[in-house]
Design a protein around this ligand. Structure first.
Ligand code: COA
Length: 479
């Protein structure tokens, strides 16, 4: 017996020795691995570029967004590989599904072009069972994104405190019209933000009213800002282990994009803005940054000029920039070589009061060619020009298709449509541009596969009315 015990002890000792040897064996390797990757991050993948998954693989987004600003953000995250679960009201969905419809009875392009690569689940967030499902989703997801009117999320019971208690790692990201302050309770749409963010007062012609721009800098612009906030919060969570609130106010987002105009506001205190054509025209400046028409926002004067065919084609124009280093080449091209040495034209300050004459002269030359011919000719001399491309030309542009910036997807209801793919290209992360989901298309799948509900649970949920539209009241019997 004693010998057996001795033998067992000896065996245990040798196992312990072996295992400690194993540990010792591994020890020197660990610091080496850390040093190789820096900061203890994983070693570089040995998989070929583009085959190590997508940038946001594994990130789950509880997408409570609607209309444009929030959906822009979550669509980008979906393109980057996140699993975006869009929660919509049963029977109704995102209001844009039915707005600006071009195909009867089908989801509009407004909706389909902002909700690609997502999954859709219908949940009545005010139904007790719906609240229970949402709580489960909160526990399962990494980020909740919303752009409801101020207070709406709280009214659903989804306060930050509640969410944080259920899932301390969750990031709660919101778009609101205004940040904290006098207007924080206001509902806001695109053009409200363009006006409140300083864009409209600085857009348009001096003699005319303020103008909004076609680019959706209030909605899509703020959605972009929010996406950066979310990815930053996800990155910080790697260190802190906890989520946080991310807020992007549309007014702030627009101002961020219009910051050069706040720059000019401050420059005004030190004298007139010499690069604005009103300076050359001798028109006095007021107290605020004025509208500058098509003046270039930087130090290189520019203007939009007519090209061949402008009489019939509203987009036969080109943006022409008289960049100082290529002034000599411009003079030669337009047949004014003498301007290179003429004191009135040879230097940028001398040209400022004569910009109207200069652009009129250049226009006489651009009108002899199509905008594409002007572009070809100018680019040979490094002269920056921008053809005014119509949306038709952009839709037909094959190079944009080739890069995945414009993508054709197939929809079971409406057929093929074009959408804007991911404008951000990552060399190791393939793009994921898929059609938008039908209303509630993935409800069953998400309940079972993401939330783990059984057949019996799903049947009960269906009966509860939490995922289906409320019954329409029965028609009164005919008398
Ligand atoms: N189940 C039940 N109710 C739901 C629901 C669901 N799945 N999804 C939304 N709702 C409810 C909300 O709880 C809210 O109800 P409540 O006001 O009774 O609490 C209601 O739908 C409407 O939400 P709201 O955001 O007020 O929509 P709206 O159509 O009145 O306003 C905006 C639209 C865009 C003006 C507003 O949402 C807003 O200002 N958002 C912030 C700024 C923004 O993103 N603007 C740009 C949009 S592109």
């Amino acid at each position: 017996m004693a010998t057996r015990k001795k033998a067992a002890k000896a065996k245990a000792k040798s196992v312990a020795k072996k295992s400690s040897r194993k540990v010792l064996k591994f020890k020197p390797k660990r610091p080496a691995a850390k040093a190789a990757s820096g900061n203890g991050l994983p070693r570089p993948s040995s998989k070929p570029w583009g085959q190590a998954g997508r940038a946001l693989d594994g990130v789950k987004i509880l997408d409570f967004t609607h209309v444009q600003s929030g959906p822009t953000c979550t669509q980008l995250l979906a393109y980057m590989g996140a699993d975006v679960i869009k929660v919509e009201r049963p029977g109704v969905g995102d209001i844009t599904r039915g707005q600006l419809r071009d195909v009867k009875g089908q989801d509009s392009l407004y909706f389909t072009m902002l909700n690609g690569s997502k999954r859709s689940i219908t949940i009545d967030s005010k139904h007790p069972k719906g609240k229970e499902i949402l709580d489960r989703l909160v526990k399962q997801c990494d980020v909740l994104v919303e752009n409801f009117a101020p207070g709406a999320l709280d009214r659903m019971g989804l306060t930050f405190e509640h969410i944080n208690k259920l899932n301390p790692r969750m990031i709660v990201a919101s778009v609101k019209g205004f940040g904290p302050g006098p207007y924080e309770d206001c509902k806001v749409y695109e053009n409200v933000a363009q006006c409140a963010g300083g864009s409209a007062s600085t857009t348009g012609f001096r003699e005319g009213p303020p103008l909004v721009t076609g680019a959706q800098i209030g909605d899509s612009g703020t959605g972009l800002h929010l996406a950066l906030g979310i990815v930053s919060a996800l990155f910080q969570r790697l260190r802190t282990g906890r989520g946080q609130k991310v807020l992007c106010a549309m007014q702030d987002g627009v101002l961020n994009l219009a910051r050069v105009k706040l720059r000019d506001q401050q420059r005004l205190a030190h004298g007139p803005l010499s690069e604005y054509s009103q300076f050359g025209e001798g028109v006095a400046f007021g107290k605020a940054t004025p509208r500058a028409g098509n003046d270039s926002g930087g130090g290189q004067p520019g203007w939009i000029l007519k090209c061949k065919g402008w009489e019939n084609d509203p987009d036969a124009y080109i943006y022409f920039i008289t960049q100082a280093p290529v002034w000599g080449a411009i003079c030669d091209l337009i047949g004014k070589p003498e301007w290179k040495t003429d004191a009135d034209f040879a230097t940028p300050p001398a040209r400022l009061p004569r910009l109207r004459l200069i652009f009129d002269t250049i226009e006489q030359w651009t009108m002899t060619m199509t905008k594409f011919e002007v572009m070809d000719t100018c680019n040979k001399h490094d002269i920056p020009v921008g053809p005014i491309l119509s949306m038709k030309e952009i839709a037909d542009e094959q190079s944009l298709r080739a890069t995945g910036t414009v993508v054709e997807v197939d929809h079971p209801g409406r057929g093929k449509y074009l959408t804007v793919g991911n404008p951000i290209k990552l060399s190791d992360s393939p793009q994921d541009v898929r059609r938008s989901p039908l209303l509630g298309e993935h409800t069953d799948e998400i309940l079972r596969k993401v939330l783990g509900y059984s057949d019996k649970d799903v049947a009960e949920i269906k009966m509860s009315g939490a995922i289906t539209p409320p019954e329409k009241p029965a028609k009164a019997e005919a008398a």
